[in-house]
Design a protein around this ligand. Sequence first.
Ligand SMILES: [Zn+2]
Length: 340
Amino acid sequence: MQGTMLYGPRDVRFEERPDPAIIEPTDAIIRLSATCVCGSDLWPYRGVDPVTQPIPMGHEYVGIVEEVGSAVRNIKPGQFVVGSFFASDNTCEICRAGYQSSCIHRQPGAPTGAQAEYARIPLADGTLVATPGLPPTDLIPSLLAASDVLGTGWFGAVAAEAGPGKTVAVVGDGAVGLLAVLAAKQLGAERIIAMSRHESRQRLAWEFGATDIVTERGDEGAAKIKELTGGLGAHSVVEAVGTQESMMQAIRSTRPGGHVGFVGVLHDVEIPGEEFFFSHVHLHGGPAPVRRFLPELIDLIWSRKINPGKVFDLTMPLEQVAEGYRAMDERRAIKALLRP
Ligand SMILES: [Zn+2]
């Protein structure tokens, strides 16, 4: 098959790869219907995360099951399935508490790489969720969004305790931040402040349910949030970037007793202890347990109550994957969808 490998900074190659095969009896092989480039793929692409050997890329996927191992009970060949970036058994105590991305048997969700024609998915019964049937083509982008960016934005909003009566601020206008706006709206938030200075992203934020846009960032952004909330700060703040500036912007935008849900992968972030101590802010986040939310998200998409697939503003054939990385790196695209 053909698949995507990252050889080093900005060196993405689409090349011949071994066909994935069942290794463990709990594995499944899927044929990808769609995949995409993740904001987190840009960390190694930009050389921030070192690349010491060529790595198979891609961890967002939807597709049709080709083959399952002998121990797989519920997932069947021919089903259309959605998975996420960590494989989990969905039965251990941590999974049952809703933290499948910290499953005691956690593995990469698509170790052979999902920016490819086929992928091996470990722990298929725990990891994959089948849709009610083969989806119409126009639902595929939204189902793909559920695989990572929607699930992650949703967890950010849940971790920030977004809900009725709450003012929610979202730091970051990438796909995850925009979908955290959508999640906050679905969870019933009263006011949703999107922090963005890009016109096309602001438009999508309005469409997903934002009630206010703040263009300032850093401490100016936090001051603006306070100004909009009677000097108090937001009840709930979703951090969807992962830098020192964005994390502090999130903490400083939150009122005492409020919650920050942080889902941007933190890179070299240090939180000043004394400031944090006196802030009275709850922090919760980490790699989203997307699996927890998948059944509900698939249902909302299947019944066309939400359309998260709108974050894909660029669609291209999978073999042009390198251009997808470039477009996202240069922020010409919010998110690139790749069709095998
Ligand atoms: Zn588990």
